[in-house]
Design a protein around this ligand. Structure first.
Ligand code: 13P
Length: 256
């Protein structure tokens, strides 16, 4: 059975002190549900890099996983502003978001670069959360699946088939991110189904073990209807992950 993943992407928000307070509140809501959550899902938070030490401390003894928002593919060297796998692992990071649309569109990360990052995350024994998704313009022109499948193929290019089970995919339509305009469950399901088919072509049976998350204006109000679709296996949550009650409600979708 594939496990779901409910992941908070805090983006460029929260100081260490704010993160500690938020995590204390999230833990107060989710720790009592830990046994139930563990049956079918993982819950993860991805703070900004300088907040990782405080978050790691605040998560000690909890079952919540710690994630990062990006990672460079080289081990070390002259890459100003980047961080390495060893730096992230030193704080207990287990998951790394790669290819987020904000990285692709605001910081011009290419498909190829995203693929290198994803492969490096896997090689460092962590789980990449590979983000894919079309812009509004691409959707309007009927290019949604072509764009998503191109990003998927390039993003997975360096990942050996025997490591496939370490990978998580997140479908995040760019037009749904931070806009309050979520994809309908039906719109998302079409893309998730196409992603699953492409994963089967690439990884055979292992494809059925990979979670495919939906991201883009996920809230406590829409999460349950999204999760009701067969190939939607969790959520990557931005704005609603900055409030303890809404993130806890999302992470416990179907349970509480
Ligand atoms: P919002 O939930 O704020 O739309 O952000 C989604 C996202 O980009 C998560 O990575």
């Amino acid at each position: 059975m594939r496990k779901k993943l409910f992941a908070a992407n805090w983006k460029m928000n929260l100081t260490p002190a704010e993160a500690r307070a938020l995590l204390a509140a999230i833990r107060a809501a989710l720790d009592p549900l830990a046994a139930k959550l563990a049956r079918d899902r993982e819950v993860m938070v991805a703070p900004a890099f300088p907040v990782l030490p405080a978050a790691a401390q605040a998560l000690a003894g909890s079952s919540l996983a710690l994630g990062a928002q990006n990672m460079h593919f080289e081990e070390k060297g002259a890459f100003t502003g980047e961080v390495s796998a060893a730096m992230l692992r030193a704080f207990g990071v287990s998951h790394v978001i790669v290819g987020h649309s904000e990285r692709r569109h605001l910081f011009l990360e290419s498909d190829e670069m995203v693929g290198k990052r994803a492969a490096a995350v896997v090689a460092a024994q962590m789980v990449p959360i590979l983000c894919v998704g079309e812009t509004a313009d691409e959707r309007d022109h009927g290019h949604t699946l072509a764009v998503v499948l191109r990003q998927l193929q390039a993003g997975l290019a360096g990942i050996p088939a025997e490591q496939a089970r370490r990978v998580v995919i997140a479908y995040e339509p760019v037009w749904a991110i931070g806009t309050g305009r979520t994809a309908t469950p039906e719109q998302a399901a079409i893309v998730h189904g196409a992603i699953r088919d492409a994963l089967r072509d690439r990884f055979a049976a292992a494809a059925d073990d990979l979670p495919i998350l939906y991201g883009g204006s996920v809230t406590p109000d829409n999460v349950d209807s999204l999760m009701a679709k067969p190939d939607i296996d969790g959520a990557l949550v931005g704005g609603a992950s900055l409030k303890a009650d809404s993130f806890a409600r999302i992470a416990a979708s179907g349970i509480a």
